[in-house]
Design a protein around this ligand. Structure first.
Ligand code: TXA
Ligand code: MG
Length: 319
């Protein structure tokens, strides 16, 4: 049985004993363990059924804390850390020996993130070690954005879930590193491309490099619900799938003229941040209904719309 607690001290006790605890962050819930303890880290891969070639992000409480685990932080990346941390940003940096190979899948870089969720930060500052944590979903499934999501899928596999409410950002962190000396975005996430470029100017973008271990493990079918999911223009999708019991996920429009079985409107006020925060719960929702296919509107390619479209494209059924 997995215990859901709201007490940081209880989560800290399990972590101190080398156990795995699901923790809240502002992006999604993470499956955390002592990043310096290889046996504890191995339990994360086991609980998630995650392949060992997919490296984990290391969470620390401050930039000073990060310096214990990485070589020097190059200027443009330090500027991003100063601007957007704590927050939904992960920076890839040359690791020091203290970070075991199991965390980075043998890479010489480590992803470093300072989460802004108050419970995550409070927990990190109570511990004498950093926490490595992937999203707390079984490998390949949608990331969890509340404690119940974690419980529904990992009950019995981990001792404890620290409940920190609903995640305010709702999509994973933006991953940035250097590629041949150029600042490169490897995953769109909670800090938008516009925010990053406003700070340091134009950057390179390198997504979906699933065969390239240097780029974040963007394995093709990821974030996927169990029901078939199609992304695009809603009236067109509906006419193709009109014989199905269709569920709708849209930005703000209800498409009232089309006979959807159920609808999830992510932001009636047309706010991309609100839409991102509601996205993963909506994807999960339809798995527990009698809807037979999920039709999702393509989002505008601006701000958090990029991260939303990225997750949708990887959740989409290949035809
Ligand atoms: O918002 C987030 O980033 C959440 C919360 C829990 O912090 N974590 C998260 O972790 O999304 P995960 O493991 O689900 O996704 C992290 C991605 C993976 O695709 C992994 O391949 C990539 O980051 N990654 C981690 N370390 C890396 C490294 N050294 N080089 C390249 N990619 C790395
Ligand atoms: Mg993940």
């Amino acid at each position: 049985m997995t215990h859901i607690t709201s007490h940081i001290s209880e989560a800290a006790e399990w972590l101190n004993r080398g156990e795995v605890v699901a923790i809240p962050t502002e992006t999604v819930y993470g499956l955390a363990a002592n990043a310096l303890n290889e046996k504890a880290v191995a339990k994360i891969f086991e609980a998630k059924n995650r392949p060992f070639f997919d490296p984990l992000i290391v969470h620390v409480s401050s930039i000073d804390d990060a310096r214990k685990y990485v070589e020097d932080i190059p200027e443009p990346l330090l500027q991003l850390l100063n601007k957007f941390s704590p927050g939904a940003l992960t920076i890839l940096l040359k690791k020091k020996k203290a970070i075991p190979d199991i965390v980075t899948s043998g890479l010489d870089t480590v992803g470093i993130r300072i989460p802004s969720h108050p419970k995550a930060l409070a927990l990190l500052s109570q511990l004498s070690f950093p926490l490595c944590a992937p999203s707390a979903n079984p490998f390949g499934y949608v990331s969890p954005t509340n404690a119940q999501h974690v419980y529904d899928q990992l009950n019995g596999k981990i001792p404890c879930i620290l409940d920190g409410g609903n995640c305010s950002v709702g999509v994973e962190s933006t991953i940035v590193g250097l590629q041949e000396g150029h600042v490169t975005v490897f995953r769109f996430g909670g800090i938008s491309l516009e925010q990053i470029e406003a700070e340091i100017g134009a950057v390179n973008i390198l997504l979906h490099q699933n065969s390239n271990p240097k780029a974040p493990g963007m394995l093709d079918s990821h974030y996927a619900p169990r029901k078939p999911l199609f992304v695009g223009n809603i009236p067109n999708l509906f006419s193709k799938h009109s014989s199905e019991k269709n569920g709708l996920i849209s930005f703000s429009e209800p498409y009232s003229d089309l006979p959807f079985t159920e609808r999830k409107i992510l932001s009636p006020t047309n706010d991309l941040r609100e839409a991102a925060a509601n996205l993963f719960a909506a994807l999960r929702y339809f798995d527990n209904t009698d809807v037979t296919s999920i039709l999702v509107e393509k989002f505008p390619e601006i701000g958090l719309g990029r991260a939303i479209n990225d997750r949708l494209n990887r959740a989409a059924t290949r035809s």
